[in-house]
Design a protein around this ligand. Sequence first.
Ligand SMILES: [Zn+2]
Length: 437
Amino acid sequence: MSHDVAQLCAELIRFDTTNFGEGNSRGEHEIASFIHGLLADAGYEPVLLGPEQARSSVVVRVPGQDRTLPGLLVHAHLDVVPAEPEQWSFDPFAGEIADGYIYGRGASDMKDMVAMSLATLLDWAATGTRPRRDIVVAFVADEEDKGDYGALWLAAEHPGLFAGIEAAIGESGGAATLLTAADGGLVHLYPVAVAERGTLHIRVRATGTSGHGSRPVDRNAVKLLISALDRVGSHRWPLTLTPVVRAYIEGTTAALGFPSDLTSEDGVQAAIAAMGEAGTVAGVTIRCSATPTVLRAGYKVNVIPGVAEADIDIRALPGTETATMDMIDELLGEGITREFLSYQPPTQSSPDSPWFAAMAAALQRHDPAAVVVPYCMGGGTDAKAFAPLGISCFGFSPLGADPEGRSVAGVHGIDERVPVHSLRTGQLVLQDFLGTV
Ligand SMILES: [Zn+2]
């Protein structure tokens, strides 16, 4: 078996590790056993564990040269979202390498990072290399659902595995985004996630008078619920520029050579528009959001139900959780109750930390043109499971720029792929960072 990072990534894709949600998944034990075997054969002492055998994760600690230094965690998830093969132009789980790409579900979310981390560990074992500080690598199950069988379970049941860890790197960040500057030049932007909006999922319930559909009632639960959801869904959340989002917009527009005036909503929108592809994430992180997603009420057309329920997906920027929920309560109004389905607060790490500086330096050693900017994720990752352990979390799964313009595509969609060159360069950056940080 080759330890070439591209071959490893393709091999990992061939494990169908689809996470269907609601506790249903496949392949996580098989891929975890495979990784456990590789690491054990290389001389490491990995542990294979999970709340049940089918939901296995692998954790390994590599002792550093200076064990008094705080440790670093690398976390990468093994599961993937479902693929509908009839919509793809190739088999999502064949793991083919062609035309400069590695193809398949998980190619970029995130078996690329699993492969880069594994290749680093195997290279260290082969060359007798020890990193400066302790590095813990966690290959985890169940990220694509709630993490109850993966990161959340590990953090709750086995916090000792993460003893002495001060910072973590994981998905979403450190990948090259090529943008066209005002003067027509090419900017190599590398956004590194230092924050995530919180995930506040709630279930709301309206209670009314039940009865016969032919006799309208004053308090119809369906009507009450629909009105409340309309208020929530139509609410224009205030512009909230956190320091990280501001730094992202200012850093990116400056690199592109566009002026930015962030003192008004119009100015912010103009700056985001000038950022091209990099503006998308800025657009979803300049305010909180609340999106009704699930409705449940009634069972027969001529019966007025006494209860109607809905689920709402709320995303709160760092520091806004209380104000956001106060506003939600105001919008829901009288007679609507709510409960949390999940409450994962926002995460926030420092872009001024030595950790961030070390990531930026590693990127710049391999791409002297790299412009590294901090950003806030609109959604969430397993960082939310590890942050409560007191760990500063960063989104850093580096991928280099492909010289022929290939790029990552199909994440959570069809025909997922990652350029081979980007992966190889990413692995060099990752190995450099992990060895020297
Ligand atoms: Zn992912």
